[in-house]
Design a protein around this ligand. Structure first.
Ligand SMILES: Nc1ncnc2c1ncn2[C@@H]1O[C@H](COP(=O)(O)OP(=O)(O)OP(=O)(O)O)[C@@H](O)[C@H]1O
Ligand code: SF4
Ligand SMILES: [Mg+2]
Length: 318
């Protein structure tokens, strides 16, 4: 598979005044192949959304680079850059309530991107929006309704139609199901999987639910306090996690299969994620790691290959 997206030492620091910065994303490097689905997990505040947005130019990059089909993307996007890149690189947001403009009809919302990108006339865009409304499982006669007339699951389908109508190549799905009722989560995930396969999409799938990530992804990436701790084929990371953080994260994830649960330690993760303003020296997980060693507090572990699989781990144990 050829590489579609590559990030090199990508960082995003938020200036919060008085010379202080939130190190939301700190020197992250990895690549995503064409048609691949990479699941991105980590506790709340670990920087997953910031990484997704920085990848797409929705945040300026503080340092490092994003390459798309081998070409470096700008550090700061101008309006012309958004015009150029946002058609191929789209985002689906977590909250289907706040991400749809309540004053626009569903037809206008879905067609908006086509008109902004001047891809077709208004009547053609309307026809295509009606087609997409049906493709995501709604009815074309819902075109003139407003977002508040729909359920959460239906609104997320509208958000998906709005992104997919542009026929993107790469989509960041930022917790696309976590605001939805459990009963509709699987339907929305299945819709995304079906679209990924039929459109040949490449996805960065951000989620809290590790079993869901395992179900949809080819590889799993684990973030902690702005840094990448482990990345590899999804079953290797899920069933044989090597980084102590991944081990605890997976052990504390509710597991639908009771046989798998019995095989795992019951340890939950201790303490709170530290502030990303003053990131600890050395391994940033040292303050919570049950296997911490002296070397961990002084030397930052680098992400490296640790066995004969395609997995990379950042930990001094390996
Ligand atoms: N605009 C901003 N200004 C300052 N700090 C920010 C901003 N956006 C995010 N942060 C901080 O950056 C860190 C990473 O946040 P981010 O939202 O990327 O985490 P996340 O992994 O997506 O969390 P969640 O699982 O809760 O969505 C957090 O400490 C957050 O408070
Ligand atoms: S480097 Fe040390 S503190 Fe960090 S995860 Fe590995 S063992 Fe734990
Ligand atoms: Mg987030």
């Amino acid at each position: 598979m050829s590489e579609l997206v590559r990030i090199d030492e990508l960082s995003k620091y938020f200036d919060i005044g008085k010379g202080q910065h939130v190190h939301a994303v700190d020197k992250i490097s990895f690549s995503i192949a064409e048609r691949e689905i990479v699941g991105l997990v980590g506790e709340s505040g670990s920087g997953k959304s910031t990484l997704g947005k920085t990848l797409l130019g929705l945040h300026d990059k503080s340092a490092g680079e994003v390459h798309y089909r081998g070409a470096a993307l700008p550090r700061h996007y101008t309006t012309a850059d958004f015009q150029k890149y946002s058609r191929k690189m789209q985002m689906i947001f977590q909250d289907p309530y706040s991400s749809l403009n309540p004053r626009m009809t569903v037809g206008e919302i879905i067609a908006e991107g086509l008109l902004l990108h001047r891809l077709m006339s208004a009547p053609q865009a309307r026809d295509k929006a009606a087609h997409w409304l049906e493709r995501v499982g709604l009815h074309a006669d819902h075109m003139s309704r407003y977002p508040h007339e729909f359920s959460g699951g239906q609104r997320q389908r509208i958000g998906i139609a709005r992104a997919m109508i542009l026929e993107p190549e790469f989509v960041v799905c930022d917790e696309p199901i976590s605001a939805l009722d459990v009963s509709v989560q699987a339907q929305v995930v299945n819709l995304l999987s079906e679209l990924q396969a039929s459109m040949g999409l490449t996805l960065l799938f951000i989620a809290h639910d590790l079993s869901m990530v395992r179900y949809v992804s080819d590889r799993m990436a684990v973030m902690y306090l702005g840094a990448l701790m482990e990345i590899g084929p999804v079953d290797d990371v899920y069933f044989r996690p090597l980084h102590p953080y991944t081990q605890i994260l997976i052990a504390s994830n509710p597991e639908p299969d009771p046989d798998i649960e019995r095989a795992r330690p019951s340890t939950g993760i201790q303490g709170e994620i530290p502030s990303p303003v003053n990131v600890p020296a050395g391994c940033r997980f040292a303050g919570r790691c049950p296997k911490v060693m002296d070397v961990c507090r002084g030397t930052t572990p680098v992400l490296k290959k640790v066995d004969d699989s395609e997995r990379l781990v950042a930990c001094h144990l390996y």
